[in-house]
Design a protein around this ligand. Structure first.
Ligand code: PEP
Length: 252
């Protein structure tokens, strides 16, 4: 179970770097630079082909960027959460906007993945967030509510504290454009309100809710300290080892 008091920083490397030598260098920089902190969780999500060579250790844990919902079988090209678990993976990103966009992942697919991940003892990192068009049409809250309610369908309360929710407005991902801290706080509060409605208030208060989208070492601290978020999901900047370490070391 995730301890609510811990700050969580997640690195999503996406389809980078292109060689294991570069990945190994990145890991070395991270291991060397991170100061050990009891009250923080660092989760690295590399391309899955690197996972067996990057062992979780005292500096960080491992997440996978995508999983399939069945445990095993004739599903060419897929990796199940059962397989990932056997390789030391404890987290799985689910519902990232790039998967929703390029691989047509629906809210229903997100929900079956959530259930598979939880059944196999991993923690889902559920990504939700609105497009720029939806934001401009004042639909951001509706999108957050729908994505959240569908993702949590048929998920038992006993599993909810294993879930990490990442609010990632799609227009902020990789764009250098970021929401105000007030906008992030409103989204965090809305997410807690919905979880409270689906389960109860004490559960909602304990769920870890992160912000993601164009985080760097200049804005990272405000995105947590001024928004009631419990941490950050970092894409592009997590590929710069020293910048990633700088961000992590801002906390705790
Ligand atoms: C992401 O893709 O989840 C992300 C947060 O990317 P970036 O930090 O590059 O905006």
């Amino acid at each position: 179970m995730i301890d609510k008091k811990q700050k969580i920083i997640i690195a999503n490397w996406k389809m980078n770097p292109i060689s294991f030598i570069e990945a190994d260098n990145l890991i070395s920089t991270i291991k060397k630079g991170l100061k050990k902190k009891e009250d923080m969780r660092i989760i690295i999500c590399p391309p899955s082909i690197f996972i067996s060579k990057i062992k979780k250790n005292k500096s960080f844990e491992l997440g996978i960027q995508n999983i399939f919902w069945e445990d095993k079988g004739a599903y060419t090209g897929e990796i199940s959460s059962k397989i990932a678990k056997n390789f030391g993976v404890d987290y799985a990103i689910i519902g990232h906007s790039e998967r929703r966009k390029y691989f047509k992942e629906t809210d229903e697919i997100v929900n079956v993945k959530m259930k598979s991940v939880l059944k196999n003892g991993l923690s889902p990192i559920l990504c939700i967030g609105e497009t720029l068009k939806e934001k401009n049409q004042d639909l951001a809250s509706d999108v957050i509510i729908t994505q959240l309610e569908k993702a949590f369908t048929d998920i038992n309360k006993s599993k909810v504290l294993n879930i990490i929710v990442a609010y990632e407005p799609i227009w902020a991902i990789g764009s250098g454009i970021v929401p105000s801290t007030d906008e992030i706080m409103s989204a965090v509060l809305l997410i807690r309100k919905i979880i409270s409605k689906l389960y109860d208030r004490p559960t909602a208060e304990k769920v870890s809710i992160l912000y993601g989208g164009s985080v760097n070492s200049q804005n990272a601290l405000d995105f947590v300290d001024k928004t009631r978020a419990d941490g950050l999901l970092i894409g592009s900047v997590s590929l710069n080892g020293s910048e990633f370490v700088r961000i992590v070391n801002l906390f705790g």
